[in-house]
Design a protein around this ligand. Structure first.
Ligand SMILES: *[C@@H]1O[C@H](CO)[C@@H](O)[C@H](O)[C@H]1NC(C)=O
Ligand SMILES: *[C@@H]1O[C@H](CO)[C@@H](O)[C@H](O)[C@H]1NC(C)=O
Ligand SMILES: *[C@@H]1O[C@H](CO)[C@@H](O)[C@H](O)[C@H]1NC(C)=O
Ligand SMILES: *[C@@H]1O[C@H](CO)[C@@H](O)[C@H](O)[C@H]1NC(C)=O
Ligand SMILES: *[C@@H]1O[C@H](CO)[C@@H](O)[C@H](O)[C@H]1NC(C)=O
Ligand SMILES: *[C@@H]1O[C@H](CO)[C@@H](O)[C@H](O)[C@H]1NC(C)=O
Ligand SMILES: *[C@@H]1O[C@H](CO)[C@@H](O)[C@H](O)[C@H]1NC(C)=O
Ligand SMILES: *[C@@H]1O[C@H](CO)[C@@H](O)[C@H](O)[C@H]1NC(C)=O
Ligand SMILES: *[C@@H]1O[C@H](CO)[C@@H](O)[C@H](O)[C@H]1NC(C)=O
Ligand SMILES: *[C@@H]1O[C@H](CO)[C@@H](O)[C@H](O)[C@H]1NC(C)=O
Ligand SMILES: *[C@@H]1O[C@H](CO)[C@@H](O)[C@H](O)[C@H]1NC(C)=O
Ligand SMILES: *[C@@H]1O[C@H](CO)[C@@H](O)[C@H](O)[C@H]1NC(C)=O
Length: 383
């Protein structure tokens, strides 16, 4: 049977549903946007849901879409879900939420940029996205079944994020709980960033205000993808969180950058840090990393101590600390550990001793008996 009706969109796309009672596969008519249903409101979605379980094509939200977008019954969309952006005007959908309760498979892309009214994306059964998923302005995202895709980008005042099953993002993963990822303004709320199943990512950029961070199964950063960083993690405006990559074994070159309210930093299994490695600590932070070989390490902010007990080789080590760090001892121990005479260390501190704060916290390759001695001396002097 062939049902034909006219969609009263600006683009007046005539859409047909070719209905087979058994397969319930619907192929939209070919139009200006390819094989696509253009939907103007919920009733258009209900019409698709009434007769289809598979959409062999794309669903496009028109620019004047308003309210909730609730697409039940559809399990398979072979191409994309997007909104109509070809006509660059100021008109944007006023969509409030996207709810895909039955969708398991999306062959192409879910692309929903630039809709400030959007608050949620809920697709609890969506397991596979063929290419990418990109959404901004959202506060709640439930993709608990999503296993793998090429690109994942989620931006907004995100306060609730479920990616329970996400195992692999072959290229880039970008999660920003700020309205704009470049913005300095984090939301008032904070986000628990929990990626329990993630094993491999091309590269990752995670920015905002996080109340916790956990990637217990992340093993590989492969270096594929469009981001400059191999890993960038920025958390600001909240309390200091512990950052740990307990299983991470492989990071290619590129850059690894940690910034913000960090309480501790642990990367126990990386012995060759060939990336540019930078830390900018807003809270007092003790650095203890097991790198044997490193390229360029730059530590700034409230760095209170540095341990690199396994270090044998490094290109350049730069410390610019706001805290009470002992540069002389640092230079000495790095030089001893790497057995090199040329200066590899640039160290400075803007901290001025108030007298009661004097301490020495440097323990690198070769243990410094001198440090122990100073510690005893300070205890003695203050008692
Ligand atoms: C969207 O615009 C089209 C025409 O441009 C109109 O027919 C349709 O009713 C509009 N939809 C809504 C929800 O306003
Ligand atoms: C859906 O299919 C049923 C039975 O085939 C038909 O009666 C109904 O009109 C169809 N609805 C739409 C919106 O096409
Ligand atoms: C799906 O749509 C394509 C056009 O994009 C068409 O060639 C193909 O025959 C359709 N598949 C089925 C099963 O109808
Ligand atoms: C979505 O649509 C389904 C089917 O019409 C309905 O049962 C459900 O309550 C709707 N959910 C929301 C959140 O609107
Ligand atoms: C989705 O539907 C298309 C077209 O019928 C089919 O080729 C494909 O295998 C389906 N995908 C899944 C995961 O069911
Ligand atoms: C694009 O939008 C402009 C301004 O809203 C309008 O004048 C023009 O007709 C639109 N073009 C198409 C192809 O819809
Ligand atoms: C996001 O959070 C910031 C800071 O709390 C707030 O100024 C902004 O209005 C929020 N934006 C949205 C879209 O909720
Ligand atoms: C964010 O916090 C500031 C200062 O505490 C407050 O003025 C503002 O209203 C808050 N904004 C939101 C969206 O909660
Ligand atoms: C993490 O990996 C371990 C072993 O590799 C596995 O047993 C566990 O289920 C994984 N956790 C999740 C949440 O996938
Ligand atoms: C991790 O990378 C190594 C070396 O490139 C590769 O052998 C391994 O298969 C990768 N593992 C995963 C889970 O991607
Ligand atoms: C660092 O050295 C300790 C003690 O020698 C060793 O157990 C550990 O495996 C080393 N870690 C790395 C990442 O090389
Ligand atoms: C370092 O920490 C102190 C408090 O311990 C704080 O006052 C100062 O602003 C911090 N410095 C930076 C660069 O965040």
């Amino acid at each position: 049977m062939m049902f034909l009706w006219t969609w009263m969109s600006r683009f007046a796309v005539a859409v047909g549903l070719l209905v087979s009672a058994l397969a319930q596969l619907c192929t939209p008519e070919y139009g200006y946007e390819g094989y696509a249903y253009i939907v103007n409101d919920q009733s258009d979605l209900d019409a698709i849901a009434a007769n289809c379980t598979t959409v062999n094509g794309t669903i496009i939200m028109s620019a004047n879409y308003t309210g909730g977008f609730n697409l039940s019954n559809i399990r398979n969309i072979t191409e994309n879900i997007q909104w109509f952006q070809a006509n660059r005007s100021d008109v944007r959908p006023q969509t409030t939420s996207i709810y895909l309760p039955d969708l398991k498979y999306l062959g192409g892309t879910l692309d929903m940029p630039g809709i400030p009214t959007l608050t949620s994306l809920i697709a609890p059964k969506l397991a596979t996205v063929g290419w990418s998923l990109s959404i901004d302005y959202v506060q709640e995202v439930d993709l608990r079944s999503l296993v793998d895709l090429e690109y994942l980008s989620i931006t907004g005042n995100v306060s609730s994020l479920r990616l329970d099953s996400l195992r692999q993002v072959r290229e880039s993963i970008l999660i920003c709980n700020k309205v704009s990822c470049n913005s300095k303004i984090s939301p008032n709320g904070s986000l628990d960033l929990y990626l329990p199943a993630l094993q491999s990512a091309g590269n990752m950029d995670l920015e905002g205000r996080f109340s916790s961070f956990d990637t217990p199964n992340l093993t590989n950063i492969t270096g594929l993808g469009a981001l400059y960083y191999s890993i960038k993690l920025l958390t600001s405006g909240g309390s200091a969180i512990n950052i740990s990559f307990p299983e991470l074994k492989y990071i290619p070159g590129g850059a690894v950058d940690f910034e913000g309210n960090i309480g501790s930093l642990s990367i126990p299994d990386i012995s060759n840090m060939s990336a540019l490695f930078t830390v900018d600590a807003y809270d007092r932070l003790d650095i203890n990393l097991p790198f044997q070989e490193a390229a360029y390490i730059t530590l700034t902010g409230n760095i209170t101590s540095v341990r690199l007990p396994n270090l044998t080789s490094i290109e350049q080590f730069t410390v610019n600390s706001d805290a009470d760090i002992d540069c002389k001892s640092l230079e000495q121990t790095i030089t001893t550990a790497t057995n090199k005479s040329e200066p590899l260390v640039i160290c400075s501190t803007s901290w001025t001793s108030s007298g009661s704060h004097f301490s020495l916290h440097l323990h690198l390759g070769a243990k410094v008996a001198f440090g122990v001695f100073i510690g005893i001396f300070v205890e003695f002097a203050m008692s």
